[in-house]
Write a protein that binds this ligand. Structure first.
Ligand code: AHG
Ligand code: MN
Ligand code: MN
Length: 347
């Protein structure tokens, strides 16, 4: 059957669901049995429920704030809590998830602290881009999967088992609730895109082994923080704005998932440097920066905090933040050159 005769649902003439694709990925992980795909199906199940809620945000009392703050000191949106509850409910009964950690929970949620049931830890930002919920702009869910240390999660200090550098991630990905609902993931064998087919409720493969352009002409930063950025970052941005070849365009959505997804597809750089308000950066290492750094490296890109690979940072606390420079190698290397030059001259 040639492709013009298919309904467009078929990838290279055959329909590949996310479950099939994850099972195929298992082949690369001899140690992982079907339980890995079972775990990821917990995330996709939650994402479908969240997507349905997002689609009805205007029709149900799901827009707006709960009038309370989370550990991040941020105003908690109703959809933040709904998404968080969905993920906890879906993952807690997968039978192989020992610990859950969420942006919305001060402490980790221990499900099983030992044995095969406690094999994996899932860390997530249940709803990224909350400030955009009320204005109908794309938002998302970001997740990261770690395996417990060989000795098992320590009963009295589950946190210690979560504070692993990003290079130890077993899987990472995001869901973007935009004009279509996309599930993007990697298990270390490339980055793959799936579209949720509302008709069947199945995620269908539509791009495999996605790579980021080596160079791109889009930079993405919250310019209102310019005067608070380190001198080197200000120098870099001045350079970008006067560059002729390439001549850069600026795009900033304000949802990390959306800004990252565009950077992955079109290339360029997204940066959230340290500011006076956020001296350690704003984005959280464990469940925003590490997953995206894993994905971007799998796609041939780079992610640093200005000095080191994001994936090599040894986390000290669950909700710690980091400055972030992520995107095409050409742009990230150039930004780093400005940072290094500045530190060479004494920051
Ligand atoms: P969250 O909604 O999970 O708190 O994340 C918001 C983050 C991220 O999505 C985005 O890149 C960044 O906040 C935007 O921050 P500014 O509004 O300070 O630019
Ligand atoms: Mn976020
Ligand atoms: Mn969030």
């Amino acid at each position: 059957m040639t492709s013009e005769h298919t309904s467009g649902l078929f990838h290279e003439n055959h329909l590949v669901t996310l479950q099939q694709h994850i099972m195929e990925q298992q082949a690369y992980h001899p140690t992982a049995t079907g339980e890995f795909s079972w775990l990821l199906s917990g995330i996709t199940q939650a994402s479908k429920i969240i997507a349905a809620k997002v689609r009805r945000a205007g029709l149900q009392d799901i827009i707006g704030s709960l009038g309370k703050e989370n550990i991040q000191g941020e105003d908690v949106q109703k959809l933040d809590v709904f998404a968080n509850d969905c993920l906890i409910q879906s993952l807690a009964y997968r039978g192989n998830v020992g610990i859950l950690a969420s942006e919305e929970n001060d402490e980790p949620v221990v499900i099983h602290d030992s044995g095969p049931q406690g094999r994996y830890a899932v860390l997530f930002d249940p709803l990224d881009g909350s400030s955009n919920i009320d204005v109908n702009v794309s938002i998302g869910t970001i997740f990261s999967v770690l395996e417990r240390p060989s000795g098992g999660f320590s009963r009295n200090d589950p946190l210690a088992d979560l504070l692993q550098p990003g290079v130890r991630q077993r899987a990472a990905g995001y869901v973007i609730y935009g004009p279509s609902t996309l599930f993007v993931y990697t298990t270390g064998q490339g980055v793959h895109f799936f579209t949720l087919d509302p008709g069947t409720g199945a995620y269908i493969l539509y791009r495999e082994r996605v790579t980021i352009p080596e160079s791109g002409d889009i930079y993405s930063v919250n310019e209102s923080n310019f005067t608070e950025f380190p001198r080197a970052v200000q120098e870099y941005l001045r350079h970008i704005k006067t560059s002729e070849e390439p001549s850069y365009n600026s795009r900033y959505v304000g949802s990390f998932v959306a800004d990252f997804h565009r950077t992955l597809l079109k290339g360029g750089i997204f940066l959230y440097p340290q500011t006076r308000k956020a001296p350690g950066g704003k984005l959280r290492l464990l469940y925003e920066c590490n997953p995206m750094a894993f994905l971007v490296e799998q796609a041939g890109g780079m992610a640093t905090d200005g000095r080191q690979r994001i994936l090599e940072i040894q986390p000290k606390t669950l909700h710690e933040r980091t400055p972030l420079f992520i995107g095409s190698p050409t742009q990230v290397k150039e930004a780093m050159a400005f940072v290094e030059k500045d530190s060479g001259e004494g920051a």
